[in-house]
Design a protein around this ligand. Sequence first.
Ligand code: PLP
Length: 361
Amino acid sequence: MARVFNFSAGPSILPESVLKKAASEMLDYQNSGQSVMEMSHRSKVFESIIKSCESLLREVMNIPDNYKVLFLQGGASSQFAMIPLNLMNGSGKADFVITGQWANKAYQEASRYGQANVVASSKDKTFSYIPELDKSKFTPDADYFHICLNNTIYGTRFAELPDTGDVPLVADISSCILSEPIDVSKFGLLYAGAQKNMAPAGLTVVIIREDLIGKARYITPTMLNYKTHSENDSMYNTPPCYQIYICKLVLEWIRDEIGGLEKMKELNEKKAKILYDYLDSSKLFRGTAEKKYRSLMNVPFVTGSEELDAEFVKEAAARGFVNLKGHRSVGGMRASIYNAMPIEGVEKLVEFMKEFEAKHA
Ligand SMILES: *Cc1c(COP(=O)(O)O)cnc(C)c1O
């Protein structure tokens, strides 16, 4: 069996030891005689899985006690509606920084429910940077202020957080959750589709400050009300059981094999540096995001020739480096180097890029 180096932006690579553990427990989870896929979500054995997933997440991310952790479905994209339905119910206003497609979708969806205000945008340069924020443009009585912390498509991330005062800061952290420590107390709400850095697709994690729960509009569907899931410990209906189980294994891997998020960050910085250093020295390839805002997780790059880009992607795939094609809105290539990508994968990719560059010099 040959495993490839998978640079997919999502669903993406999972740690090999997690996949092996899941495989070994596939037919008989801890003497239950069943797979986690088959068991009742109300069973004692599953209850212990979801409880330990939550307590591991709290431990690894250092989540304060006044925050609830919710295991939901519908992807990060459902949060674009769920957030305004639940939070945009005071002044009915919210602020947005448009740093890419996901941030823009959050903004557009919120516009259906209230007064969504664009504070700044980096659309003028294909979202290759994070715009400077002018505090005088912030809405003082906004119900929340939304950012996308790491921009998966454009490979940028906020180097520092906006100071929103008493306005709750809400962040989409789909593609950077668990990649480095984050001060949860700076946020009112954090959310992530799990398929980038946590688990297979189908699980959405929401971390919400307790005082923001219970403010939903009357029309909010029961399933889209944070209160429903908070009051029922994410078991109002059937949760995505298997994804929660894999998430628990991934969290155990981060805590026990990696050594926590500080260590995870060190590793991620090391990996990203290998790739960025090469891109900065290369005469063929160049990174498309401004240096100051470069993402640790998603690295878009181009050769400057669409033909060469296509040739590179094709040859790379033949050599076992897969899913390197960039998002259609940027073109070129994108290497997503999430937590589970080993350093070796990045080193070998750079070796191959050097070889490709030499051939096309
Ligand atoms: C992938 C991604 C999304 C979309 O997630 P879904 O779970 O597919 O809805 C939203 N925001 C960011 C930052 C992403 O990377």
